[in-house]
Write a protein that binds this ligand. Structure first.
Ligand SMILES: Cc1cc2nc3c(=O)[nH]c(=O)nc-3n(C[C@H](O)[C@H](O)[C@H](O)COP(=O)(O)O)c2cc1C
Length: 324
């Protein structure tokens, strides 16, 4: 497959593994890159910029293919040394960055100085246009379906992708709701140059998370996610479990009076981390998307990517027959 994304990133297939807090480590990123996609390490999963540099070195020992680093620029109770993380990655030789959350404007001189490519992930056409204007080489467009932070506009990819394709000149990566070959084929038809997946890559053999989490995704349906934090304009999608439902009840009860302190003990990131490490899927909140409804197995990254590419080609060929 050759698209503007495979050309830009120097990869074989236009399939990207998006940044994932506590999940995006060297084991997964290298497996995706070895399978011909683009694996991405999540910078803030590492406790310090120096630890990120070590993780980049570890990933490089596991693959000789390109991989990237995600920097997620979101509000945080504790200040995060974003510039130091960016410098650590650049100095370790990283040439591809995925940014998300706030605009990466302030970090662009660091990335540009290193000749690195920046893919900004955002949830609206207006933010994608800003990313293009400030020099991002591509955008990932995260539709309403996505895991993590879907933004506040609630536009699903069936509309968001063609809207983005109408307005943008830079290559577009479709993100959110893609879990198999049908999603890949549809994204290409809607005007994307590639796809980005999070939830589907969690349920792969190489994802460095507890087997219970992978099996929870296999067992779940598309109904098993819930949005929290809408009142605080920081909407996040979580897997439906006892903790996310308790937080949801607090939100309903507090209404307009809700503050982040009301939810902090429940949505605490360290509790989420325990889910992935210890396999207690009720230990805290963790994010996933309705793609869980499409997950029926736990393949290797290579099996997943190979079957997506092969079957997407078949689907597109077969569907052409309707014009006969
Ligand atoms: C467990 C998990 C953690 C995530 N953490 C981050 C993150 O730290 N930064 C980020 O930019 N996106 C994060 N995402 C979003 C993904 O990179 C991707 O945009 C999203 O999963 C796409 O939607 P999908 O899950 O339907 O494929 C996360 C997704 C998952 C499933």
């Amino acid at each position: 497959m050759r698209t503007r994304i495979t050309e830009l990133l120097g990869i074989r297939y236009p399939i990207v593994q998006g940044g994932m807090q506590w999940v995006g480590k060297a084991e997964l990123a290298s497996a995706v890159s070895n399978a011909g996609g683009l694996g991405i390490l999540t910078a803030l999963t590492q406790p310090s910029p120096a630890a990120l540099a070590d993780e980049i070195r570890r990933c490089r020992e596991m693959t000789d293919k390109p991989f990237g680093v995600n920097l997620t620029l979101l509000p945080s109770l504790k200040p995060i040394p974003y510039e130091e993380y960016a410098w650590a990655a650049v100095e370790a030789g990283v040439k591809i960055f995925e940014t998300a959350g706030r605009s990466p404007d302030a970090l662009m001189p660091i990335f540009n100085g290193a000749g690195a490519v920046v893919i900004h992930k955002c949830t609206s056409v207006r933010h994608a246009l800003t990313a293009q204007r400030i020099g991002c080489a591509a955008v990932s467009v995260d539709g309403f379906e996505c895991a993590g932070h879907p933004g506040e506009d609630d536009i699903p990819n069936l509309v968001l992708l063609p809207r983005a394709a109408d307005e943008l000149q830079v290559p577009i990566i479709a993100s959110g709701g893609i879990g198999d070959e049908r999603g890949l084929a549809a994204a290409l038809v809607l005007g994307a140059d590639g796809v980005n997946m999070g939830t589907r890559f969690m349920a792969t053999r190489e994802a460095p998370i507890h087997q219970n989490v992978k099996e929870a995704l296999v067992g779940a349906t598309e109904l098993d996610t819930i949005h929290l934090l809408r009142q605080l304009r920081n909407t996040a999608r979580y897997f439906r479990n006892s903790v996310s439902m308790e937080a949801h009840e607090i939100e309903k009860h507090k209404g307009a009076e809700l503050t982040i302190e009301d939810l902090a003990p429940l949505i605490n990131g360290q509790r989420g981390r325990k889910v992935y490490e210890d396999g207690d899927v009720e230990a805290g909140v963790w994010t996933a998307s309705p793609v869980s409804g499409l997950i029926n197995d736990i393949p290797t990254c290579e099996e997943l990517i190979a079957r997506m590419v092969t079957t997407a080609r078949q689907i597109l060929n077969e569907r052409l027959a309707v014009f006969a």
